[in-house]
Structures are given as C-alpha cells and as structure tokens.
Design a protein around this ligand. Structure first.
Ligand SMILES: [Zn+2]
Ligand SMILES: [Zn+2]
Length: 640
C-alpha cells in the first residue's frame, strides 16, 4: 500500500505533532532545522503583532511549514489580505526591537495559572483564558518539562527552539489566510490559519515569489485545459474524477509504455485486478477500519442463490456482502501471490500493474490532478526473502534514477521515515525487532547506493519503514511523486508463505513501490516541469506537416511523409490549407506542436523538408529520409 501517497505536498516537515498540538516533544524538538527555527520564530512574531492589534485573539498552533509558517487563531475579526500590511508593520517593529527569545521553564501549575489568566500567546492578562493553550497543556504528558518563550511582553507556551533574537528573522511576508478546525477536527471550533513565507534573506524570499509566479503560469490546470489534456466534470462524473481527453491519454499511455518496458527489463511480470473487493480483503489487510475514512463507502450487494436446489423466493438463501472500491492494489496482489503454492525458487516475485484506485478525499482538499479521487498508480509489489532484500531494494532505486534521467530531474531526495518506539502497537505494528531489522536493511541499502537521502524518525507507515521520493521541478518547486514502503507485516496477515530450501514455510518481505507515482500527480508535475512543452516522445502532437500553399503536387508529397510517419506510430497532423505559412506556423507554436515539417516547392524538388522545433525555431532544410530517421531515433530514445 502506498500510505497516503497524496499527502505529498509535505507542508509540515518535522512538525506533524506541532501542527495538531502546538507542543513539540523533546525528541522532536532538536529536529527543527535552522530555517525551521527562523520560520517558527516568525510565527511568534506574527502572533505578537496580531494580539497587539486584536487583544482578544486566541492562538492555537504555529508550526514552521515548507517555505514559511502559519499560526491558527480564533478571532471575531475576519483577517483578510487587506490587514496584512498593518500586521507586517507591527511585526517589523518587533523584529527591529531585536527582542530575545527567552526560555522560561515552569511547573504545570504555573503554566495552568497563566493560561487561565489569558496570559499565554498574549501581551498581558486578559479577561478570557487562553483556551487552546489550556487544552494543549492538558495534553502534555505528566513529567514532561513545560516551558514558555517570551519575546518582549509576548509570552507563549512553547518547547522551542527559536532563533536567538527577533532580529535574526531574515525576510518574511504574509501570504494568505485559510480556514481550519482546531486539531483538524470538524467538531472543534473553526480557526483562521494565517500563512507567511519566511527566508534567511530578501534575495531568497524574492526568488521564492518569483518561482511561485512562474508556477502560476505553469499551473497544470491552466495548461491542461489549454492543451486539452483532461477535464474535470463534477456535475456528472463527480469531483476529483478526471476524464482524460485524447491528448492527455497519449501522455498516460506513453508513461505506461515506459513503465512496462522498464519493468519488463527489470524482471517484473504484469497482472490485472478488479477495481473492487469484498470487505474481508480490507479487514485482512488492516485498511479497515483504520483507513475507512479514506475509502469510498461500501456497496451492499445481495447475492441471491439462484442455483437449482434453492428458491429465489427464499430470503434465507440471499447472501449479503459488502464491497469496497479498492483504495490500494496491494491486497489484490497478495491474493495473487497466495493463488499458487510458492517456493524460494519463485522469489523474488515482482507483480506489476498500473492499478486504478479510488480514495475519498474531502471535496475541499481536491486540487486539479494533484489531489483526486481516482488514481492510476504505477504500482508493483516485490515479494522477496530477507537475503534478496538489498539487491531488490537497490534495483528499485536504480529504476528511480533511470526515470529521473529520462525526465531531466536533477534535484531529488529520498526521505526515509522510520518508526518511533512510543508508537509501537498503536501507530506502528508491534514488532520491535522486525522494525529495527528492516530499517537497518533500508538504511544500509541507501548508504551503499550513494543516493541522496534524509532520515526522519517517527513518520513510518503502519506496516514498515517508508521512503518518500521528492523531486524538484525545473523551476525549483518540490513535489513528492512517489512512496516506497517495506512491508513486513501484511504478508503475514494474509498468510503468505513460500517453501524455503529447508522445506520450512516462511513469510516473504514485500516492497511496495511506484516510481512514477500516479498518472494524475505525475502528469500534473510534468506539465509544470515542461510548461506543457513536452519532449517529442511525450508530446500529444509530435509532428505537424505544413505546406506552403495548397498546390496538388506539394500536398501529395506531404501526404507521403504523413503516411510514412503514421505507419511508424508517429502522432502527426496536417495543415495543408491555403493560409499563409507564417500563420500556420504561429498556430502550431501556440498549440505546442513539437516538430513542424514545412514543405515548399523547393523541398518537393529536392525530396527534402524544412524542420522547425517548438521553442527552438527553424533548424533548416534536411533530406526527407534524414529528417524522418531523426524523428524515429528521438522518439525511440525518449530524448529530452
Ligand atoms: Zn502496495
Ligand atoms: Zn515557539
């Protein structure tokens, strides 16, 4: 299973706990990087400014996030971007004052007293208690140290760390307000989440906003609509269920072809599984009940026994079953593993499928192709022995690197998440030895492969350690495109065994991997990465043949070229009309056609073509055979 692979716009790096409780356990505290300290400190400064402007503001949590920070606040005044200038001005005063972030260790009782006096996340005592801070305090385990951080008159409940002084905050800018619920729970009060960006200095802050501006121009929803790649049809098909148009389907199928070739060469075999399964499947896998809220509600199916020896009219013979749309492919693959007796000779067994999954995402969370309810996943499950693990795992990494090269991705990182001891039996399956053993295997494999990785404690999946693969698009925006998981628990739940050399039955390890993620997210990423200017092999319209005028002999010559290209599976269109050639070229450029073959009387004479490439301009006249051979080679080699 890809554990929440959509949760990939990782907005809260080392502060998942902070995001919900505003309290950072001592073991998580040290994990804050320098820039995260700066960003989190900026959240304190923003709260200082807001409570000065609106003294009744009640703050909840204010963690650092990617590129900045936020602070959740309950306030009768509805903060809008129109207020930002005023808030920023107050923040600048605090930064200019260069206040020290002073740590004050307090007893639980003292902390409670402060909260009851409304003194937390405030500049002075207030008539109403600091209600969220009070709640957070109650959630801090007995015996854990409690501390305040004070800058100027502002005191907040916080475990830190921060920068030394407010003056150390480099450059910041408030960006937007979102609404949220306290602790993310709809039953709790609604809060305003005020976001800001913060960086070491002005140059970095400006570069960030420039990147955002570029990202806006490259927005996959905008380009997807302009190019006719996909549509959303909330009224009939449903929200979050994209329809792939012919041009988008071209990209989908090219990616599948790439995956199939690559996986074939790496010894995978392909399988196909239905889109739904009985409740028993997901109870066995453990997705039910734990994952239930991310699944579509079940279908109740009453199966009447119509065989001869029963009566249709006898309600006793009706069997009721619940079916679920599959939210992941693994359980189906596990059943394929179990379908035949397996021996050590069958391992490693690599089952691959571009599997369609359905996940229930709240409508407010849906975002173009980035967050959807139907996903086509580049999935595979590798069943192997412990001895085979390292080489299998390395081969998966090699595959990633190969793909990065194909797509020209230069910056990437593997984020290796391990378990936390405290979570055993709750957040993590209770197998302490297996956790350590598998994590060591993964760590060694990562180290030996020389791949760029970071290790994060206490963020693993339920069944085993996971690796999120983050890539940066050409404009420097980060995406998590894929998640790998090592699973030592679910194969056991499904009773998967193989007969080992010594004739004993053993449980295989399972590696879940999906290097190209889902079509939805990956194509969304590629649209931004290429700004819609896809390389030849991926371009929906690879070639357009344009004639200068509509002379019959010229058009016949052009048709001959089109036929040759089509016979070789090149996606080619034509523009043989009488319109001026400059207009035809302009049109093809706007439509992002990759290569134009322009044909005039002189080309006809010389059995040649003039080649133009989108964004590169005129490449000159080439003999027809050479131009065609170039196209075939560029497509075959998937040149970027
Ligand atoms: Zn899986
Ligand atoms: Zn703090």
């Amino acid at each position: 299973m890809q554990d929440k692979p959509q949760e990939t716009d990782r907005k809260t790096p080392a502060c998942v706990a902070v995001a919900t409780t505003a309290w950072r356990r001592p073991d998580q505290r040290s994990k804050m990087s320098e820039i995260e300290r700066l960003r989190h400190s900026c959240a304190h400064v923003m709260a200082t400014a807001i409570v000065k402007l609106w003294p009744d503001a009640q703050f909840a949590a204010g963690p650092p996030v990617e590129n900045g920070f936020y602070y959740d606040v309950d306030l009768s005044h509805r903060i809008s971007p129109a207020d930002f200038e005023k808030i920023e001005a107050e923040m600048k005063v605090v930064i200019k004052a260069n206040q020290v972030f002073e740590k004050i260790v307090v007893s639980r009782q003292e902390a409670l007293d402060y909260a009851k006096r409304g003194r937390l996340a405030a500049l002075a005592d207030r008539p109403a208690p600091s209600k969220f801070k009070l709640d957070i305090l109650e959630g801090i385990p007995e015996g854990e140290p409690i501390s305040f951080f004070k800058n100027g008159e502002f005191i907040d409940l916080c475990a830190g760390p921060h920068v030394m002084r407010t003056g150390n905050i480099g450059a910041f800018k408030l960006t937007h307000v979102a609404s949220t619920y306290y602790k993310g729970d709809e039953k709790n009060p609604q809060l305003q989440r005020i976001y800001g960006a913060a960086f070491k200095n002005k140059t970095e802050l400006e570069a960030y906003f420039k990147m955002l501006e570029e990202a806006k121009k490259r927005d996959h929803r905008k380009i997807g609509a302009e190019m006719g790649l996909f549509v959303m049809d909330p009224e009939y098909t449903g929200p979050g269920l994209p329809l792939w148009l012919p041009k988008g389907t071209v990209i989908v199928e090219e990616l599948e072809k790439l995956a199939k070739e690559t996986e074939f060469a790496a010894g995978y075999v392909r399988v196909r599984t239905p889109h739904l399964a009985k409740e028993k499947m997901y109870k066995t896998s453990g997705h039910l009940p734990y994952y239930a809220e991310s699944m579509f509600p079940p279908m109740e199916l009453i199966e009447r026994d119509t065989s001869e020896n029963s009566s249709i009219h006898n309600p006793q013979s009706a069997i009721s079953d619940r079916y679920y749309l599959k939210a992941m492919n693994c359980p189906h693959h596990h059943r394929i593993f179990a379908a035949e007796p397996r021996s050590y000779r069958d391992l490693p067994l690599r089952l691959a499928e571009y599997g369609t999954c359905y996940r229930y995402e709240q409508s407010g969370e849906l975002l173009g192709l980035m967050r959807v309810r139907s996903l086509n996943m580049n999935d595979a499950h590798i069943y192997c022995t412990t001895e085979q693990f390292a080489s299998e795992f390395n081969a998966v990494n090699e595959m990633y690197l190969k793909y990065f090269k194909v797509f020209g991705l230069e910056k990437y990182q593997m984020r290796f998440s391990t378990h936390g001891k405290e979570g055993l039996g709750k957040k993590y399956v209770d197998e302490p030895d297996l956790w350590i053993q598998t994590e060591n295997m993964v760590r060694d494999a990562l180290k030996n492969s020389g791949i760029n990785f970071v290790e994060v404690a206490n963020e693993a999946a339920f069944y085993g350690p996971k690796i999120d693969v983050q890539v940066w698009s050409i404009i420097g925006r980060e995406f998590t495109i894929a998640t790998n998981q090592v699973d030592f628990a679910v194969p056991r739940r499904f009773g998967l065994v193989y007969k080992d050399r010594d004739n004993t039955e053993k449980t295989p390890l399972c590696i879940h991997r999906a290097p190209l993620g889902t079509h939805e997210r990956f194509i969304g990423f590629l649209i931004e990465h290429y700004a819609g200017n896809f390389p030849l092999w991926l371009a929906p319209e690879q070639v357009r043949v344009l004639t200068i005028g509509d002379d019959e002999a010229l058009v016949n010559y052009a048709k001959g070229i089109v036929n040759e290209l089509r016979a070789n599976m090149v996606r080619v269109e034509t523009d043989f009309g009488a319109d001026k050639i400059n207009g035809k070229i302009q049109k093809a450029e706007v439509e992002k056609v990759h290569t134009m073959l322009v044909i005039g009387p002189r080309d006809l004479q010389a059995n040649a073509v003039s080649v133009r490439v989108h964004g590169k301009g005129n490449l000159g006249v080439k003999p027809r055979s050479e131009a065609v051979a170039d196209l075939f080679a560029a497509i075959r080699e998937r040149r970027s």
